[in-house]
Design a protein around this ligand. Sequence first.
Ligand code: ADP
Ligand code: MG
Length: 698
Amino acid sequence: MKKVSDFFGCKVFDDRVMKANLSAKVYQSLRKTIDEGAKLDIGVANAVAAAMKDWAVYHGATHYTHWFQPLTGVTAEKHDSFISPSPDGGVIMEFSGKELIKGEPDASSFPSGGLRATFEARGYTAWDPTSYAFIKGNTLCIPTAFCSYGGEALDKKTPLLRSMEALNKQAIRILHLFGNDDVKCVRTSVGPEQEYFLITKEMYEQRRDIRFTGRTLFGAKPPKGQEMDDHYFGVIKPRVAAYMEELNEELWKLGILAKTEHNEVAPAQHELAPIYTTTNIATDHNQLTMEIMQKVAAKHGLVCLLHEKPFAGVNGSGKHNNWSLATDGGVNLLSPGETPYENAQFLLFLCAVIKAVDDYQDLLRLSVATAGNDHRLGANEAPPAVISIFLGEELNAVLEAIETGTPYAGTEKTQMKLGVDVLPKFNRDTTDRNRTSPFAFTGNKFEFRMLGSSNSIACANIMLNSAVAESLKIYADRLEKAENFEDVLHEMIRKTIKDHKHIIFNGNGYDDTWIKEAVERRGLLNYRTTPDCMPHLLDEKNVRMLTSHKVFSEAELKSRCEIMLENYCKTVLIEANTMIDMAKTEIAPAVSAYVLELANTAVAKKAVDDSISRNYETELMKKLVRLEEQIAIKTDELEEAVMKLKGAEDVEAESYMIRDAVLGEMGELRVACDEAETMTAKKYWPFPTYGDLLFGVK
Ligand code: ADP
Ligand code: MG
């Protein structure tokens, strides 16, 4: 049996490897760059590159790539080999500091939302030393940011790093005000829980919808779905267990702390949770995790579906973004401290998050908006598209006491005098659990549950970090000027609670009455679809906030809005075309063939005995013939709706046409086809059914 500690991180150029392979001087200089963002000089870069290359070649690598995350949602890489001709006619393996620091991929095929046209034709990649290089196959992968020549971000990592820096800056101001002068840096940490489905490769091959779009576009409800709740924490099937075992091993080799795995609520659905780490690294790791999940599945004759809603009527897949912020000394700022003074600091950070989530509901909502995730949020599934915060009973009582100025009568009676006012001391509450809230406080971190399973976690964390940075900035501006720190502090906390308590909701987020209350009584935003929310990225208040913290430039925001809407349109368009194709070339012919068999049987029966009054075949044929007609009509209508998109003025207009017309037509075509499925003999149906797919992995 291999010991995990022996191979954990064996494919990563991590701190241990750096220490062992770099001179003390180079190592320290690199550490300074990693920890404090100090500028890297080319001598150090050359030394690091040489050590990295030797290490990689020793581990079998022949190539290197600048690994980055363009706006398409996947990761991109362009492989170059280390070899370089030597004077004696042979080759040597070379890799310079320059090649480590900067690359020039052919950027033209990545979306830029018009940015490159406005600025520069080319883009370049820049090494991100804060995320370790690693080996995949025979390639050394160097995590990089991807920018245009004018410095405009064309990727997700660049704004993520900027947002972390913005939050760092403001959080440090606050901590210094509280007298924590030794804190040098504040970082956010994330542990993303990843949900996914596994189906067999054979069945996957037979379904064009899953192959082309990642989800089923047709499929009648199976006789057994998830109603028995017997999958969650049920016994993991041997084939799945073997998959998970190999997946863990591959992830561990890459230094990814895969920790827990279990079945999810829906049949064939599972979850993987890593141990949390710095947001930037967690984001890279999550991208890698999704990639490795799919690769390992292929080795086991399986396909891993990361789509948010692979099956209608069955729970979709999300990603829970567990988020906290901590100092370089390891103090979690979302953990209620031991003393009342620490409690006060905690409360201020807590308030900063509450204010941020309320002020920027729209940004958080749109940071998770995709065509795929629209099937979860805002549809009959949770979490809803309305953002609210769950705090738990105890914390809620504490906030209420502060707001009303009444003493807090919780379990812990000790109270503290902070100047003239009273801030209570309370304990961390870990027992309170709410699984239905989109944004839940879970003892020492927040869990943002709206993310889609296939999405990069970068976007959500960019918005979260930036919005919280903005709250902290407003607080710091006031506190730095305060004559009486404690008075102003208390008043600010009280005011935040008063102004933003409408976003706190501790009840059941899945309840229909909640949506009504949220929207009608509390005035919370309810953007159900991607076209509903995405244009708000360019609302003045949002542009102002994001540009003031230097997370995005205005041009970058415009380009991102355009790219996100373009992705939405393209995704649905591929789905619509796949439906049309399947309906015409697979479903209609199957129904037709079955009708012919029924007709033949009916004729044969009549020949035997023409006194039969209720002919099974004739009755069924009537229904199927009518459905065939429906399928033909609905296919035509969908085709027409798709054709009309060509006339759309711009991508925003097109997204509205998709939301208002195309998706509806797709739904109607599906209803007719799914009904036909329930009446057509199994041997005629051209692809595996929901029952086959969901219960196919033994
Ligand atoms: P829960 O039961 O609330 O889901 P777990 O302890 O199982 O909590 O953790 C779920 C995820 O949250 C894991 O990925 C874990 O690493 C992560 N996590 C735990 N503490 C923190 C933290 N302080 N910051 C960010 N993520 C965290
Ligand atoms: Mg969880």
